[in-house]
Design a protein around this ligand. Sequence first.
Ligand SMILES: Nc1ncnc2c1ncn2[C@@H]1O[C@H](COP(=O)(O)OP(=O)(O)OP(=O)(O)O)[C@@H](O)[C@H]1O
Length: 506
Amino acid sequence: MVDTPNPQQQQQQQLQGQQGQGQGQQGQGGQGQGQHRRRASGFRRVRDGRDLRPYVNQQPAGRRVDERGVFLSPLRQLTTSILETYRICNPAFRYESTHNPRRVLTKPSKPAHNDGYDNEEYDYILYVNDLLGSEDGHNRYLILDILGQGTFGQVVKCQNMKNHEIVAVKVVKNKPAYFNQSMMEVTILELLNNQCDPQDEHHILRLRDSFIHKNHLCLVFELLSSNLYELIKQNQFQGLSTQLVKVFTAQLLDALSVLKDARLIHCDLKPENILLKSLQSPQIKVIDFGSACHERQTVYTYIQSRFYRSPEVILGIPYTASIDMWSLGCIAVELFLGLPLFPGTSEYNQITRIVEMLGMPPTYMLDMGKQTKQFFDSFVDVYGQKKYRLKSLEQYSREHGTNEQPGKQYFKATTLPEIVNQAPMPSFKSSSRQGHEVEKELNNRASFIDFCQGLLNLNPIERWSPQQARMHPFITGEKFTKPFSVRSFFSFQCPAGAGESLPKAD
Ligand SMILES: Nc1ncnc2c1ncn2[C@@H]1O[C@H](COP(=O)(O)OP(=O)(O)OP(=O)(O)O)[C@@H](O)[C@H]1O
């Protein structure tokens, strides 16, 4: 019985036949039949004009020649020479970029406000190849692609028409609240860039320019690459090595030291707001200063993304720059595990997860907290002392008209040391030194646990400052021998009181 070739085989045989013919015409090529078959099934190299010269006057079926008499490659004709191809087909054809269909980047793209420039969400409707710039034409940026979307607006990849630099432009929503808050982002970034980190050494995003386009505030930033959440995701949520976690954390401590010296609080530190400078090295930058504030202007109480929200913010007590150190603790553990440490599904679930792992916050915090009563009950113990206990799921749901659920547990273990130590060990390269490598990794983990516990201290007064945390063996690379005890020391980062000149928030 003879097998009938399937359509794919038939196509391959046809290809081989054509290839054989082509090679036959070439004749002197000296390549055997085997080579023809191999080529037919794989990718072919695109030849340049010089390569084709020997075949002049041996016209392959259906091919045209250019003005030099060289047969044109169909690939070229349909890509880089597409305009020429159109002109061959239709001599009257004229190309004008203004006739290109405008590729829209904004969703939804239906005009609704601002003379049709904005959609219903007050976002500017962005099109590829349009220009962003101030009315005086001083700054002009060609829109290339969308990079991200956030609460404040859209971030687009653009080219500066003056110096050709590729940049990221945040086009802020056309709403007063977002406009004013983003003006604060400009002020804070200008202060950080110009006064605190003039040499761009401390992993803080650079603001290149700002202007208003059709009532939208536009912030021009240096272009960065993927964020750390995307990196964790690309790694299939398996977590990064202690070494890489250390490299990232050390840079974040550097950035937070600068902020602390300027008495500034980022207020939204999370993996999405930490971007790689490029995919070639583990250099990072902290972005999104849209929620940042000065320590003496902590007017907002609903701040920080939930997973990274500090206990003092949840409880509603005055906060300082140490809320960023809490977030950093959560981020460091997440980078190592690949999953968030406290993935709260609600504020109640968030504080429950924190208390279950780290215990109750100190009584003074609970006494002070404006929100304490929402989550905790107080009672007097047998010694006459006021004590607190977390409300049960049922009680909280009943009182708040919600349907609180226990929330998924991602780790079997319940304490931080157990969770870290139960994470899978990395595969070591050399089997002969395996024992040594395991011992080293266990020491790194012990050091990492001690480091994270210093950041995840429920008491913001005791929580390590960035300057203190930088002295930890996990960061300095010293061998970890005993729990780290904080030593205070001075460091110069930012001119004293630099942040004092910031305008007061409304
Ligand atoms: N400089 C940059 N280079 C490359 N991509 C960037 C840059 N800045 C921002 N992005 C992308 O745009 C997204 C949104 O930016 P950003 O966080 O500043 O906006 P936002 O509106 O303040 O967001 P959020 O909702 O977190 O407050 C980022 O997560 C990132 O993916």
